[in-house]
Design a protein around this ligand. Sequence first.
Ligand SMILES: [Zn+2]
Length: 343
Amino acid sequence: MTERTIEGTIIAGERLEPVEGRLVIEDGHISAIEEASVASSSIICPTFINAHTHIGDSIAKDAGSKLTVEALFAPPDGLKHQLLRRADSEELIEAMAATLRFMQRAGIGACYDFREGGIEGVEQFRQASASLELDAIAFGRGDPSVLEVADGYGASGAADGSFEAARNVALSAEKPFAIHAGEVDSGDINAALDLDPDFVVHMVHPEPLHLERIEDMRVPIVCCPRSNLLTGVGTPPIEELLERTLVALGTDNVLLNSPSMFREMATMVMVLGVDPLDALRMATVDAAAILDRPDGVLEEGRPARLFVLDGGSDNLVGTVDPIRAVTCRAEVADIDEVSLAPI
Ligand SMILES: [Zn+2]
């Protein structure tokens, strides 16, 4: 049996309560969280879950900055799809691997990625993530047969075609089905909800009827506020969504954004006025709950998937509020260690 103890302020339990003391790990699982006065200024946090990415467009970071969301991303001929078609497979795999390595170093323990390119696209994604401990979850696209290799199905949007068949195949394969909706306007929200998705991405423009449906169905929402700000489509009504359902957080296209959850949370707090604790819950506990994962929470019996911030770094030294420190102030450079025990 291997045993290890980390001391500091532990962001503990589903309520993300800062507890000063020791976190004990035995054989990759948390065996105890002991409250005690300790000398360490470390902040110990569950690893983040980036609940919506498109890491395929890591090949074209910062391209198309003046284009509309349709010109950038609408299949089949949006700029992203043209660039993906042109990309060499090796180049694509290495670009995705670099993004995954960055995410892992940035305290992210899992990402839910919408992977373009059908079965081949998912296979490239597997190669890119093979050597990492970050849990890279592939939501495949295209023919429903992609579900033979993908972890789930990620539909572009209800206006782009019929997804009934993919939805049914996902259901019988017992794999999650997710879809974008309400990004540019509200026109595709009802059709997306009719598919009974396991989660919906964006939801910038829900009308009262949609909010009622979201609450009745308890369908989780993944918000991507920085992506929405960059493409100029508006911002999601996060407080209203939080009152009704589980809400998680994603960084969306790597073409647009660095996949840093620190930046995503800070934007939500500073631009959208979201409470820092809600921001952290969206990035950890709630994102894990969407796919019923055991990570995202530090408590006894859970896998030891956590990162340690250096509370004595020149950036963080003197903080009196660990939740604000994690959500609004911390940066990747403040991370001392990322520990990703197997799930
Ligand atoms: Zn997306």
